[in-house]
Design a protein around this ligand. Structure first.
Ligand code: FAD
Length: 163
């Protein structure tokens, strides 16, 4: 069968269904600028390269985090543990930034970036590029510092649920 060059009308629904079949590690990406801070639950996060060590985070342009990331110098990818579902929920709803940071064991580094101290890993990145695409922007960061906790045991999201 020939591959259609124009997306079929139903491709959006089937694409969404296909994405639900991919298990992803849940992260909270945090960032701050001169006067504001925020954190948002994200799965569209990936390593980009080892040389240099770098990551991408894909952020919806309608979000407050997007607003902050445009002026922030860096961000932190907090990789959640299997028992962090409540923290993930707190950072994916409509709560204000200050309400969000009440859930979880948060600390702040010397550069003013909040990090979850008992996350599996905290990857501190310097923002080096921002590439808009459709509704989202792909922010690229080079890793400048990494904190690691004990054995890997990630919080996974699949089929619209934690697993
Ligand atoms: C498992 C999972 C994975 C996800 N992965 C992704 C992903 O990869 N990429 C993605 O883009 N989304 C993702 N989301 C969705 C995302 O987590 C939520 O949409 C998110 O919480 C909303 O973003 P926000 O916090 O910036 O929201 P907003 O709705 O923009 O803001 C939330 C709250 O922040 C406060 N606020 C907003 N604007 C301001 C302002 N100017 N000044 C002060 N306070 C303000 C308000 O209190 C507001 O209610 C995911 C969600 C889940 C559950």
């Amino acid at each position: 069968m020939e591959t259609p060059s124009i997306p079929q009308p139903e491709v959006g629904a089937s694409f969404r269904a296909a994405m639900r079949r991919i298990a992803s590690t849940v992260t909270i990406v945090t960032a701050s600028d001169e006067s504001r801070r925020h954190g948002m639950t994200m799965t569209a996060v990936s390593s980009l390269s080892m040389e240099p060590p770098s990551m991408i985070v894909c952020v919806n342009q309608s979000t407050f985090l997007h607003d902050i990331l445009q002026s922030a110098r860096g961000f932190c990818v907090n990789v959640l543990r299997h028992d962090h579902a409540a923290v993930s929920t707190a950072f994916s709803g409509k709560a204000t930034p200050e309400e969000r940071f009440l859930t979880g064991d948060w600390e702040r580094n010397a550069h003013g970036i909040d990090f979850l101290s008992d996350a599996q890993a905290n990857i501190f990145c310097r923002k080096v590029a921002a590439v808009p695409f459709g509704t989202h922007t792909i922010f690229i960061g080079t890793a400048v510092h990494v904190r690691l906790n004990e054995a890997a045991s990630p919080l996974l999201y699949r089929n619209a649920a934690y697993c």
